[in-house]
Design a binder for this molecule. Structure first.
Ligand code: GLN
Length: 487
């Protein structure tokens, strides 16, 4: 039952020599072999690499060296992080055969912590999507109901963690891609403050919004993983030169006197009633811990989705210009001339959603439209940020639903991208403002998980993890595992 243990329990077990890293890694590899046929949460399972790392970790533990919290513990990596010598596809045909010559900083940091990379997880192509249905390698199922989506874009990571095919996984969040799949799959996930984690070697979608983060069953697990991932990186100029606190040391603080804002815009019509009622239950649990709640307003948050769908595609169209069939990635077979080499490689290599975003972005950035769309969106981004600044003059944290609905049926949204875009209405504001946001499970409806979101001031990750952890000390939603995957 190793897969029922938290990261801290796994750490203690390894340290006390109750089991070895090799046994633990083998246990998870067996689970992946047994269960992932139906889920498709992994793009690559790096068994050999993992077992070799496990052997090294076991030596370190044997020698009785001071070990980090993640030494010998398997973690899955979203297939958006470059891994030296190991295929990194971003779930696109254009990178289907790409093997990076270097490691992303996040990967390097996990290695330095002697953690085990067990595999690379499925995702929407270039992290564009909210259901994992845009993956070139096929959809990924939600372990709570195989006919439903796991959310996206970090759907593979969420699904793998929910089915306990790994004790934790990484994700990236540009507009909600950690929080929304965490919510759909009943796990915890945090998108830290923009700049908290290096983006070096993380394949770019929209550089001013992209942020990596951990996904795991509990807030305590997230604290341990975030510790390994966070910090200034000389390879990423946007990474913040702010000291990384010891997250675990903050999570047991009393919540007495903490003030939390409930944005009225997040609780209006359109929010599923069952989600509303589960969030209200969670608020009661926090009230018993001494948290005070006040209504606040984020009046411009209604503009977040359209603003994001200008800024995101603009940045994407620029970032994805590098895939030209020349330097690396997919190249068309029989180009007629140089222009057809570019055009056909891109036409054949990118999927529909990625093309849609490149088209929107290129249009919005073209001369004559730049001011009308891109500049305007930047201005609105600023007022959205100012709404948060104002709210945080009165409250410590903001709380609301993560998503307006729960995991929908596979195929339900594919014909209507705008409807899918609107599913990110509560998560996008934090990305636009660069603020940390997290999702934790707060209950079920018809056996499908429901997530609650916390948003903090810049670098308020300790306070958020603290509130989530105390909530989880008083509830057991985060320990629930879908029935098929318990043994
Ligand atoms: N679902 C959103 C989109 O498609 C968010 C994606 C993300 O955060 N990477 O853009």
């Amino acid at each position: 039952m190793l897969h029922k243990l938290s990261l801290k329990q796994l750490h203690d077990g390894l340290k006390n020599k109750d089991f070895t890293s090799k046994e633990l890694t083998g246990h998870y590899l067996d689970r992946i072999a047994k269960h992932d046929v139906n889920l498709n949460s992994f793009i690559s399972v790096t068994s050999e690499h993992a077992l070799a790392q496990a052997q090294e970790a076991d030596k370190i533990i044997q020698r009785g060296e001071q070990t980090g919290m993640l030494t010998g513990i398997p973690i899955a990596q979203k297939d958006i992080f470059c891994t030296k010598g190991i295929k990194t596809t971003c779930c696109s045909k254009i990178l289907a055969e790409f093997t990076p010559p270097y490691d992303a900083t996040v990967i390097k940091k996990y290695q330095e912590n002697n953690s085990i990379m067990i595999g690379k997880t499925n995702m929407d192509e270039f992290a564009m999507g909210g259901s994992n249905e845009n993956s070139y390698f096929g959809l990924c199922a939600n372990p709570w109901d195989l006919t439903r989506v796991p959310g996206g874009s970090s759907g593979g990571s969420a699904s793998a963690v929910a089915a306990r095919l790994c004790p934790g996984a990484t994700g990236t969040d540009t507009g909600g891609s950690i929080r929304q799949p965490a919510s759909f799959c009943g796990i915890s996930g945090i998108k830290p403050t923009y700049g908290r984690i290096s983006r070096y070697g993380m394949i770019a979608f929209a550089s001013s919004l992209d942020q990596a983060g951990p996904m795991a069953p509990s807030a305590e697990d997230l604290a341990i993983m975030l510790q390994a991932m966070a910090g200034k990186d000389s390879q990423d100029m946007t990474s913040a030169n702010i000291e990384v606190p010891n997250y675990l040391s903050y999570i047991n603080e009393s919540l007495k006197g903490k003030k939390v804002g409930l944005p009225k815009e997040f609780f209006q019509d359109g929010l599923d009633d069952k989600i509303r009622s589960k969030i209200e239950d969670a608020i009661e649990v926090l009230k018993q811990q001494g948290v005070e709640f006040v209504e606040i307003s984020l009046p411009n948050s209604v503009l977040a989705v359209p603003t994001y769908y200008i800024i995101g595609p603009c940045e994407a169209s620029s970032n994805l210009a590098r895939y030209d069939g020349v330097r690396y990635g997919y190249r068309t077979n029989n180009p007629k001339n140089l222009e057809s080499l570019y055009k056909d490689s891109r036409a054949e290599g990118f999927g529909d959603e990625v093309k849609r975003r490149i088209l929107i972005g290129t249009y919005a950035l073209s001369s004559g439209y730049y001011d009308a769309y891109y500049q305007k969106a930047q201005k609105i981004r600023k007022v959205i940020k100012e709404d948060f600044d104002k709210a945080f003059e009165k409250v410590d944290l903001i709380l609301g639903p993560t998503t307006p609905s729960f995991a929908y049926k596979i195929g339900a949204m594919t014909k209507d991208p705008v409807k899918m875009y609107l599913g990110d209405i509560f998560t996008i504001p934090a990305n636009l403002a660069g603020l940390p946001g997290m999702s934790i499970p707060v209950g079920f409806s018809n056996n499908m998980p429901i997530g609650m979101q916390l948003i903090g001031k810049a670098f308020a990750e300790p306070e958020m993890l603290n509130m989530a952890h105390i909530y989880q000390q008083n509830t057991d939603w985060h320990t629930q595992i879908p029935e098929k995957y318990t043994t």
